[in-house]
Ligand binder design. Sequence first.
Ligand code: MD6
Ligand code: FE
Length: 205
Amino acid sequence: MSGSFPEGFRYLPEYFSRAQQQILIEHVSIAAKAAPFFRGKMPRTGTPLSTLGSNFGPLGWVAAQSGYRYCKTHPKTGKSWPNMPEELLNLWQEVSDWLDPPQACLINWYREGAKLGLHVDADEEAADAPVVSVSLGDQALYRLGGPARKDPTRSFKLSSGDVCILGGASRRCFHGIDRIYPGTSTLVPKGGRINLTLRVVRGVL
Ligand code: MD6
Ligand code: FE
């Protein structure tokens, strides 16, 4: 790694112990029974995403051909998303500087070959609230750039238990996952990598 991180970006390697990671994965496994992983689609083109998604919390992020949006219910079951685990609410309190709790936690599952193109998280009305991200399972190659797509990027590996925070100016920086490294962790029962992203979506009414 070289150069500096954008203002407001924080990387906390090995934030969670193996035992804590196991508790988080157990929450994901239980949630996936009530709110099964589903494959989202790209807006307009309808191209399937290479990741599978589900959510915890009052709102869930859904990728559909009609657009990206936050929904109170699972698109297939029509039921509310499983409750946000206490451990994730605690994480938010510990590492974010934001008073309101997160409303959504996207659960993204990367199996072999899955990736996530360079993007900015821009579907939240609360555009200044930080996004807190937890990596579980296989290692991933993370790419972080600047506010313009053409800005130079830097790449580094994220490992199970790592936490990163996109706050301040970094909240509007491009980032993505170029690849995962299959078989580098035994944490996820069916293999792969799970990423949890905690977000405040909108002001509380
Ligand atoms: C991932 N992360 O780690 C993808 N977004 O699988 C993200 O897209 C992300 O790490 C917003 C804030 C932090 C992130
Ligand atoms: Fe993102």
